[in-house]
Design a protein around this ligand. Structure first.
Ligand code: ZN
Length: 488
């Protein structure tokens, strides 16, 4: 298929035709989580968004190597060059090994992302597993004069870099502006300029995670891992780098500077950033008291939530917004999304058993073209979803015998709905057909046993069954013709 995909590139600030460096191969790097706490919505948006990019590129026939890292060292509180390591702090408070913290939250992150039907990346490297490579890059930067050592720590020299390159090209910030906004922090006096950032920090005695290096027993700066692991697995120049908008500055800006200075090449062709999430119109955060974890959403167990929202509802809701738009979560909006998602799933279920007729139409072919057009326009999922609901309208109208489709049209409709809904948007029918049949069969069996018990006036058994079903929110209603059940 002819490639017409255009992507909004944060670097050039415009949409560009997607032309990979070495087609059909595509290298994509996305900044993954720092694993020190419960995964929340903020983690879900980049994961789901870049899962969509990964799925769509794969659908178009590209061979994508998708690298998403795990930050398990060097991400300090306040994202600054000084302060406690987020993972080290959690380990100290819980009196466990830092790597226990890392493993626990990595497992949790995987479990939650699996629920959200986020595909695992091709490579998921850990920062702590690439200390040697990070030391190596620092040595190259020192040798080229883009870094300096002070008291066992090494800093990136922005002034030296700016003689040849341009620090701030991604965010459009100027160095003077940065200097004005950089707060005075511990360790600042070691730096030539407050805009400089740490490549290596000498560990203080209470710092739990540290490694030997030519400069000190210490640890790498947070920005370095992504330059190092991106280069190691995708090469000095690769196609796509993604992450949340909050990472654009300083994290991604520093990444560009480190890689440019080391390899004298722009590391990334297309920079993609997803916008942020708010909850009832407010920024989310632990300090704001409104941080809702993903598990809270799935169980509904949080004062801000009126009910539980399934992973597919959350995913569908995110897809209803364009990834570059901010997205506000509220109960009303989620309930509306849940309704829409159920309608879509019901139509896809009907589609399976739809019979073809005689009439042929150009409608389906046009619908298919429109779906690709939407995705090719910088992954415009809200427009795509509106086209898919046009598909829902057609399905329901054929089902109600108001319209008919030829066998060819019907099979094209089936293919396009399945491709876009399941493979590309990554939505999942949570009441899967086989499971539903199994559940129906089991419920018939259980209710038959209960009917027999009632006929024999065995009330304890009858009540036991009803009470146990209640635990799963299954409500049993006795009617003249037997028992009916529903999930509340
Ligand atoms: Zn990163």
């Amino acid at each position: 298929m002819e490639n017409k995909l255009s992507i909004y590139n944060t670097l050039s600030r415009k949409k560009e035709l997607f032309e990979p460096i070495n087609p059909p191969f595509v290298g994509m790097y996305v900044c993954g989580p720092t694993v020190y706490g419960d995964a929340h919505l903020g983690h879900a948006r980049p994961a789901i968004n870049f899962d969509l990019v990964f799925r769509y590129l794969t659908h178009l026939g590209y061979k994508v190597r998708y690298v998403r890292n795990i930050t398990d060292v060097g991400h300090l509180e306040g994202d600054a060059d000084a302060g406690e390591d987020k993972i080290g702090k959690k380990a100290r408070l819980d009196n466990i090994e830092p790597m226990e913290v890392v493993q626990y939250f990595t497992n949790q992150y995987h479990r939650l992302m699996d629920k959200l039907n986020v595909l695992r990346p091709s490579i998921e490297p850990h920062a702590s597993g690439h200390i040697i490579e990070q030391i190596d890059m620092i040595q190259k930067l020192l040798a080229k004069g883009y870094a300096y050592e002070k008291n066992g720590s090494v800093y990136f020299d922005i002034e030296a870099y700016n003689k040849k390159y341009d620090y701030g090209i991604l965010s459009g910030r100027k160095v003077e502006e940065l200097l004005a906004f950089t707060r005075e922090l511990d360790g600042q006096e070691e730096k030539k300029s407050s805009a400089d950032f740490a490549l290596w920090k000498k560990a203080t005695p209470e710092h739990l995670m540290h490694w030997p290096s030519p400069w000190s027993e210490g640890y790498p700066g947070w920005h370095l891992e992504c330059s190092v692991m991106g280069t190691k697995y995708l090469g000095e120049e690769f196609d796509i780098h993604g992450g949340g908008l909050d990472l654009q500055f300083p994290h991604h800006e520093c990444e560009i500077a480190q890689s440019m200075a080391t390899n004298d090449k722009a590391p990334v062709k297309y920079w993609l950033h997803n916008n942020m999430i708010t909850l009832n119109g407010q920024k989310m955060g632990k300090s704001l008291g409104n941080a809702v974890s993903l598990d809270d959403f799935f169980t509904g167990n949080h004062p801000l939530l009126n009910q539980a929202y399934s992973p597919a509802t959350i995913r569908f809701f995110m897809m209803q917004a364009h990834y570059r738009s901010p997205l506000d979560f509220s109960n009303e909006a989620l309930q509306a999304a849940e309704k829409g998602f159920k309608k879509l799933m019901a139509a896809l279920k009907s589609l399976k058993s739809l019979a073809s007729g005689q009439s042929s139409t150009s409608e389906i072919k046009e619908l298919k073209a429109k779906c690709y057009e939407a995705m090719n326009d910088d992954f415009n999922t809200p427009i795509l979803i509106s086209h898919l609901f046009e598909g829902v309208r057609i399905i329901n109208s054929v089902k109600d015998k108001k319209e008919s489709l030829s066998a060819d049209d019907l099979s094209m409709l089936k293919e396009l709905m399945n491709d876009f809904v399941f493979d590309i948007l990554g939505l999942k029918d949570e009441a899967g057909n086989e499971n539903q049949e199994l559940i129906n069969g089991l419920m018939d069996t259980i209710l038959n046993i209960r009917q027999n018990a009632r006929a024999n006036k065995d009330w304890p058994t009858s009540d036991l069954i009803r009470d146990n079903l209640q635990k799963y929110n299954i409500k049993v209603k006795d009617t003249k013709d037997g028992s009916e059940w529903s999930i509340e």
